[in-house]
Design a protein around this ligand. Structure first.
Ligand SMILES: Cc1cc2nc3c(=O)[nH]c(=O)nc-3n(C[C@H](O)[C@H](O)[C@H](O)COP(=O)(O)OP(=O)(O)OC[C@H]3O[C@@H](n4cnc5c(N)ncnc54)[C@H](O)[C@@H]3O)c2cc1C
Length: 388
């Protein structure tokens, strides 16, 4: 594992940093990439795409620059540190990687350049009302009719499905075999008749999740990825990619820096840090460094072409539980002011702590809960097999 970046990497990092400082509005604050800012987010994604930065590690023929995975990680880190608006991570990170690894050539040519150019939005259609942690129990079924499949059922908690043009979908194509063996992986055109999307409000006040219903939706056969009934294994690889959580440590680092600056400036006032807060902030400073190193380990494994699984779970678990610890420390430090929302002149740090406190509750559920990550680490990482 290398701890230094090349001069070229550092030049790229400076260029991204300069770009973000020039292009983000002066009043842009971390975490405000909700739907009310969707217009700016779309505009910003196009600008990034024009610079060729959305998918720098992809092959050139599909819109990438064939740069090392490290360069993608540097870009993600800087984006996360600046709190820059991200859209279409399901397209860039999830649909993109599954298409590159397992897509047919025609599927790659059709979808990858459109993602690289920020022309389409994607969503992930895996979880169902009765299948989350135990995803293999999913019930949405796609019946083989020759040239097409007919899909019925529903999905839930699908981030950004209300804005999506396409979705990556797992559906049951064979109910008569053990549950892991009868699932197929599809690309679903979200504009197909019979796809119904209903946004769901979260307690953080946004509506970025959806429930999606399928009523006799026709999926053309050429939207199947890999072999019919073999989709479970591709789904597991998508989840690994999702869990690598490579950029999130940088956003946490920024928040700890902001809390530290606030504590230093408090200078005897109401926000003067108590001994407990001082100690918590010192611990968080260490924890964000640990999170960064864990992320680098997964990036290094990716760049070396090594399989990673429980390593991604370690990073996901640690990084997202850390985000919750940071938000809790911030709320304790800001006392009752911590609950004031961003628009108020009484909201410290433009209400960021309150926003992160509410939104990070979901972060240890999405992409697989902390309990499931611990099961994976115990089973695959520590050789203890499956929990009974
Ligand atoms: C922020 C966020 C974004 C999401 N985005 C998407 C998306 O875009 N697309 C998508 O398809 N889904 C998405 N999801 C859904 C997510 O993948 C599921 O919520 C998650 O897998 C948990 O499933 P569940 O909600 O059904 O909870 P359950 O699986 O019902 O779990 C309930 C509780 O039981 C525990 N539990 C379950 N099984 C075990 C076990 N074997 N051992 C120990 N404890 C266990 C869990 O840890 C949890 O505490 C998102 C969820 C969130 C919160």
């Amino acid at each position: 594992m290398r701890f230094t970046f090349t001069a070229e990497d550092e030049r790229f990092r400076s260029e991204v940093r300069r770009f973000l400082s020039d292009e983000l509005p002066a009043d842009w604050t971390l975490g405000e990439d909700d739907d009310s800012r969707q217009e700016f987010t779309n505009y910003f994604q196009k600008k990034l795409a024009k610079k060729g930065w959305l998918v720098v590690a992809w092959p050139k023929e599909y819109g990438g620059q064939e740069w090392p995975v490290w360069r993608q990680m540097i870009f993600n880190e800087e984006m996360s540190y600046a709190g820059a608006p991200r859209a279409n991570s399901s397209g860039v990170a999830l649909a993109g990687s599954i298409l590159i690894a397992h897509g047919a050539e025609e599927q790659k040519r059709r979808h990858l350049p459109a993602i690289a150019n920020a022309e389409v939005q994607w969503c992930q259609l895996f979880s169902e009302p009765n299948a989350g942690s135990d995803l293999a129990s999913l019930e949405s079924n796609a019946v083989d009719q020759g040239d097409f499949f007919v899909l019925n059922g529903s999905k839930v908690w699908n981030t950004g499905a209300h804005l999506a043009d396409w979705g990556i979908l797992l559906a049951r194509t064979n109910p008569d075999v053990p549950k892991h063996k009868g699932i197929s992986y599809f690309l679903l055109d979200m504009h197909t008749p019979g796809v119904i999307v209903r946004p769901l409000d979260t307690m953080a006040g946004d509506a970025r999740f959806c429930q999606v219903y399928f009523d006799n939706v026709r999926i053309p056969r050429d939207c199947l990825i890999g072999q019919q009934d073999q989709g479970w294994y591709l789904g597991a690889s998508t989840l690994n990619t999702e869990r690598s959580a490579i950029s999130n440590a940088a956003g946490s680092k920024r928040m700890v820096e902001q809390l530290l600056a606030f504590a230093r400036e408090a200078d005897g006032g109401w926000a003067r840090p108590t001994p407990i807060i001082r100690s918590s902030l010192a611990q968080l400073e260490i924890d964000v460094e640990v999170a960064r190193m864990l992320s680098y380990r997964v990036a290094w494994m990716q760049s070396a072409g090594l399989p990673f699984s429980h390593e991604a779970s370690v990073t996901k678990l640690y990084t997202y539980e850390l985000a919750q610890r940071i938000a809790r420390t911030g709320m304790t430090m800001l006392r009752l002011y911590g609950q004031v929302e961003g628009a108020s002149k009484w909201a410290p740090l433009k209400g960021k702590v309150e926003r992160v406190y509410l939104s990070t509750v979901a972060s240890t559920i999405g992409g697989g809960t902390s309990e499931i990550q611990r099961n994976t680490i115990a089973g695959r990482g520590l050789g203890m097999g499956k929990a009974t």
